[in-house]
Ligand binder design. Structure first.
Ligand code: SF4
Length: 325
């Protein structure tokens, strides 16, 4: 929390008391938003923490699929999202009707498969799936929950899917989706940075393409990255290929290290434009108006069961890596 609060931040904290609200913020939110939150985390941590919140109102500072997940796991609570237009390029890459037609085609062709969807998907896609994974539990689900003898249709992130194929050895049919942020890190710039900082460690999120992961010393989601950094006692330089707001959280927890963001192909910053929609003003306004609110949709009925059995049961084995977005 900053020592001196600006007016809007002070208003938000007042409103929080009045409403009895809990503020959850994703690690990809601006530092000023994360500083106001009661809980910060990646998708998996926030989904799990949302089930433990005892206040009647959750203000979710993240994107739509995350707020929907919080609602599905907390049907009786009011879940507010500061900007309903905060979407995700992975969600957009996999429309439910297209997935349903593809699944039907596989069945007609006699393929025996289960559908595993990344949490970055719509509620309708979750309802069409057998499992929902985050980068934190994906390896466990693929290794231990999808029965042997079944192919895996993995949607929508082809990079995470390819990475999971590599670490688990399971054959997958990969959907052609990607994250607009992690897709565009510049390999050329990363190579230049590695030359300029020969002692630095490169860490990358598994949503990045293979050419970035191959150059990395560590691949893992956000929670796994934090754990990895915690293992370095001496000040170390890190080249970081993930959403740059994550650096705020790194700096807060491990200020002894230096973090250098890997730039994107087209511009120096790779901020997620969807996460950036949640400004302090919009957070205040959604608490004043109690809108936009995530309301129950018919597809939530089935999606919530898939979510609960995928995310809330403890993993059979501790997730190794990754653990993230
Ligand atoms: S960073 Fe990528 S995966 Fe995460 S919300 Fe933004 S577009 Fe979606």
């Amino acid at each position: 929390m900053p020592a001196v609060l600006d007016d809007v931040s002070a208003e938000i904290l007042d409103l929080k008391k009045q409403l009895g609200a809990t503020i959850l913020a994703h690690y990809y939110q601006d530092g000023e938003v994360q500083a106001l939150a009661d809980i910060t985390g990646d998708s998996l941590k926030l989904a799990r923490e949302a089930t433990k919140v005892d206040s009647p109102v959750i203000v979710f500072c993240g994107v739509l699929f995350m707020a929907e997940t919080a609602k599905m796991l907390n049907p009786s609570k009011t879940v507010l999202l500061p900007d309903l237009a905060a979407g995700c390029s992975l969600v957009d890459a996999c429309p439910a009707d297209k997935l349903e037609r593809y699944q039907e085609k596989l069945r007609i062709n006699g393929r025996k498969f289960q559908t595993v969807c990344y949490i970055n998907s719509s509620a309708k896609v979750k309802a069409l799936s057998d499992w929902v994974v985050t980068s934190g539990n994906a390896e466990d689900i693929v290794r231990n929950k999808v029965p042997a003898g079944y192919e895996i249709l993995f949607v929508p992130d082809k990079h995470l899917g390819r990475y999971l194929q590599e670490v688990t050895g399971r054959e997958m049919i990969l959907w052609d989706g990607s994250c607009m942020v992690h897709e565009v890190f510049s390999v050329g710039d990363l190579l230049k940075m590695r030359r300029r900082h020969p002692g630095a460690k490169t860490i990358a999120h598994p949503e990045c393409p293979q050419n970035i992961l191959e150059l990395s010393d560590f691949v893992g989601g956000t929670e796994a990255m934090l754990k990895y950094l915690g293992g370095f006692g001496r000040p170390t330089e890190f080249l970081v290929a993930t959403e740059p707001n994550m650096l705020w959280q790194f700096q807060r927890r491990f200020p002894q290290h230096t973090y250098l963001p890997v730039p994107g192909i087209t511009c120096a910053c790779n901020n997620c434009p969807h996460m950036a929609r949640n400004t302090l003003e919009k957070i205040r306004d959604c608490m004043v108006n109690r809108e936009p609110e995530i309301r129950w949709q018919p597809e939530f009925d089935r999606a919530k069961d898939v979510l609960a059995r995928s995310l809330l049961n403890p993993p059979a084995t501790a997730p190794v890596q990754p653990a993230g977005d």
